[in-house]
Design a binder for this molecule. Structure first.
Ligand SMILES: Cc1ncc(COP(=O)(O)O)c(C=O)c1O
Length: 380
C-alpha cells in the first residue's frame, strides 16, 4: 500500500543527513561537554557550532540561544521565567485563545499563582487584532505571548507589528514559533521579539530538543537549578546528539528555504483548490497569511475522526486538529475560538506538508479524500 505522510505539524520525518550528523555523538564522541579532556572538547565544540547555526537563522547572537528539551519547555521557561523574574501576583500576562496547550496550561498555572491572565480573542480566520492587544496592555502588564503561526489552522500573526506595540509599551514579548520557524521570516535584529520558542522535530530534526531565544539583557528566572549549563537558565548535562541534530536540521532547512516555501505553497493551494471543488467543504483559517504547509478543511455532518481512520486505511497519515488532542473527542479550542460551532469543529481534517511532500501525493490525497467522503455520506 502507498504511504503518504501529511501530518507534519504533529512531527516530521528526521532527515537522513541529520541522523548521520548525530550518530558519532552517541558512540565515539560521547563526552560530557563540561569535561576538560578531548572528548569533552569535541562535544562542547559541537554544541557551539549548533548554537551558531541557530543564531544565524534567527539573526541573533549565539549567546542569546538556549537549548531546552522541547518547544513545551521553551514556552514554560519563557512564560514562567519572565513572570517570576519581572512580575508578582496581580500583574497581567496577555496571551491568545488559540495558543498551544504548552502556553495555555502554563498560563493556567500562573493564574493559580495569582497572575492576571488576559486571553485575547481571535477573528474568524484566527488573527489577533493588534488594537485589541494595545488596549489590553495596562500598567501592570509584564508579558505578552502570541504564537507566530498556529498549529491547527496555520494563521500567521503580524509578529513584527505585535512585538513593536509591546516594545513601545515597555512590555516583554514572547512568541511560540514552533510551527513558524523556518517557514516564515523571523529576524531578531529587525523585530522587537524578546523571547522565541522553537522545537527540533517540527523541521526534520530529532524529538526532545528545543531552543529558546532570549534577547540579551532579559533575565529569566530558571525553572530548574543545577550545574550551571546553558547560562544557568536550563542546567542539565546537554543532549549533545539532539543539539547537533537540531543544528543540522536548521542548516538544511535554511539552505533551500525560499524554494521549499514556494513548493509547499503550490502543493497547499492545489489541495485547497481541489477540496473546494468538492461538495460541502469549507476551508478553516485564512487564504492569505497562512503557513505554507497547512490545509484545514471542514465538512459538516461527517466525523473528522472517521475521515482520518478511513484515509489511514488508504495509507494517508492526516489529523483532525493537532496531535496533542487527537485522542480527545473535544473540539479543538482553536476552532471554537474562531467561532466555529463545536459540532462542526469535530468535522474537520488537517493536512500538513513538509519539504518532502509532492504534487503526486497531493493528487492521491484528493482522490482518496473524495472517495472517503462519498463513502461516509452514503453510510458505507
Ligand atoms: C505551536 C506549538 N507550540 C508548542 C508545541 C510543543 O512542542 P514540543 O512537542 O517540542 O514540546 C507544539 C507541538 O505540537 C506546537 O505546535
Amino acid at each position: 500500500m502507498r504511504s503518504v505522510y501529511f501530518d507534519n505539524s504533529a512531527t516530521t520525518m528526521m532527515d537522513s543527513r541529520v541522523l548521520e550528523a548525530m550518530m558519532p555523538f552517541f558512540r565515539e564522541q560521547y563526552g560530557n561537554p563540561s569535561s576538560l579532556h578531548f572528548l569533552g572538547d569535541g562535544a562542547a565544540i559541537a554544541i557551539r557550532d549548533s548554537r551558531r547555526t541557530i543564531s544565524k537563522a534567527l539573526n541573533c547572537l549565539p549567546t542569546e540561544v538556549y537549548f531546552t528539551s522541547s518547544g513545551t519547555e521553551s514556552d514554560n521557561i519563557a512564560l514562567q521565567g519572565a513572570a517570576l523574574a519581572y512580575g508578582k501576583p496581580g500583574d497581567r500576562i496577555i496571551t491568545t485563545s488559540i495558543e498551544h496547550s504548552a502556553i495555555l496550561a502554563t498560563a493556567d498555572r500562573l493564574r493559580e499563582l495569582g497572575f492576571d491572565i488576559h486571553i485575547l480573542p481571535v477573528d474568524r480566520e484566527g488573527f489577533v487584532d493588534p488594537e485589541e492587544l494595545e488596549r489590553s496592555i495596562n500598567h501592570r502588564t509584564v508579558l505578552v505571548s502570541v504564537m507566530a503561526a498556529n498549529n491547527v489552522v496555520g494563521s500567521m500573526q503580524d509578529v513584527p507589528y505585535l512585538a513593536a506595540i509591546c516594545q513601545e509599551k515597555g512590555v516583554l514579548f514572547h512568541t511560540d514559533a514552533v510551527q513558524g520557524f523556518t517557514k516564515m521570516d523571523l529576524d531578531m535584529q529587525k523585530m522587537g521579539i524578546d523571547m522565541l520558542s522553537i522545537s527540533g522535530h517540527k523541521f526534520h530534526g530529532p524529538k526532545g530538543i528545543g531552543a529558546l531565544y532570549v534577547r540579551n539583557g532579559v533575565k529569566l528566572k530558571p525553572l530548574f537549578y543545577g550545574g550551571g549549563q546553558e547560562g544557568n537558565l536550563r542546567p542539565a548535562t546537554e543532549n549533545v546528539p539532539g543539539i547537533v541534530g537540531m543544528g543540522k536540521a536548521v542548516e538544511l532547512a535554511m539552505e533551500g528555504r525560499e524554494e521549499d516555501i514556494r513548493r509547499m505553497t503550490s502543493i497547499r493551494d492545489h489541495i485547497i483548490d481541489g477540496a473546494m471543488q468538492m461538495d460541502g467543504i469549507a476551508l478553516n483559517g485564512p487564504r492569505e497569511r497562512r503557513l505554507c504547509n497547512n490545509v484545514h478543511l471542514r465538512f459538516p455532518g461527517i466525523s473528522g475522526k472517521d475521515v482520518v481512520f478511513a484515509l489511514s486505511d488508504m495509507g494517508l497519515a492526516t489529523s483532525t486538529a493537532s496531535a496533542c488532542t487527537a485522542e480527545s473527542v473535544e473540539p479543538s479550542h482553536v476552532l471554537t475560538a474562531m467561532g466555529i460551532p463545536p459540532e462542526e469543529a469535530l468535522s474537520v481534517l488537517r493536512v500538513s506538508l513538509s519539504r518532502f511532500s509532492t504534487m503526486d501525493e497531493a493528487d492521491y490525497f484528493l482522490d482518496s479524500f473524495s472517495q472517503v467522503l462519498k463513502g461516509l455520506r452514503e453510510g458505507k
